[in-house]
Design a protein. Structure first.
Length: 141
C-alpha cells in the first residue's frame, strides 16, 4: 500500500512538472513545495524509510543545485529542486537510479536527434520529461 502511494505521488509530480517543462521550459515551485511537504508528512506518518535515506535522496538534488550554480545553469535549478523532492519519496538509491536512467534516456534521444540533424549541442532541452519516461519505464519493467 505504501509503495503504491509513493509511486503515485512521484508519478503525479513528474507528470505535472514534465508537461510544464516540455511546454514552458519551467518547473512549478508551488507544486514542488506542496509535494515536498506532503512527502515529509507521508514519511513521518508511514515511516517507510529512514531519515538517512531521505537526506541521502535529497542530497542528490543538492548536488545538482550546486552543479546548476557553478555551471550557470547548464542543468536547471528546477531540475535540482525536483530531484530533491523526489529524494524525499524515493530515498538515496532509487532516486539515484531515477536520475541515472533519466540521463541515459536523455542522452540516447538527444544523441539520435543530433545525429539526425534535428538538434544542436547548444540547444536547451527539458529534462523532467526524460525523468518521467524513466520512472514509467521502471514501473513497467
Amino acid at each position: 500500500m505504501e509503495e503504491k502511494i509513493v509511486k503515485s505521488l512521484v508519478l503525479l509530480m513528474l507528470l505535472i512538472n514534465g508537461l510544464l517543462d516540455w511546454k514552458k521550459g519551467e518547473i512549478s515551485l508551488f507544486s514542488l513545495v506542496g509535494f515536498g511537504v506532503l512527502g515529509i508528512g507521508l514519511n513521518l506518518w508511514l515511516k517507510y524509510q529512514s531519515l538517512v535515506e531521505v537526506i541521502g535522496g535529497m542530497g542528490i538534488g543538492i548536488i545538482l543545485l550546486a552543479t546548476a550554480f557553478f555551471t550557470r545553469e547548464a542543468i536547471g535549478f528546477g531540475d535540482g529542486l525536483l530531484i530533491c523532492v523526489s529524494g524525499i519519496y524515493l530515498g538515496l538509491w532509487r532516486n539515484l537510479g531515477l536520475l541515472i536512467l533519466g540521463a541515459v534516456c536523455c542522452g540516447m534521444i538527444l544523441g539520435i536527434g543530433i545525429l539526425a540533424g534535428r538538434l544542436k549541442m547548444a540547444d536547451r532541452v527539458p529534462f523532467v520529461p526524460f525523468l518521467l519516461f524513466a520512472f514509467i519505464g521502471r514501473m513497467i519493467f
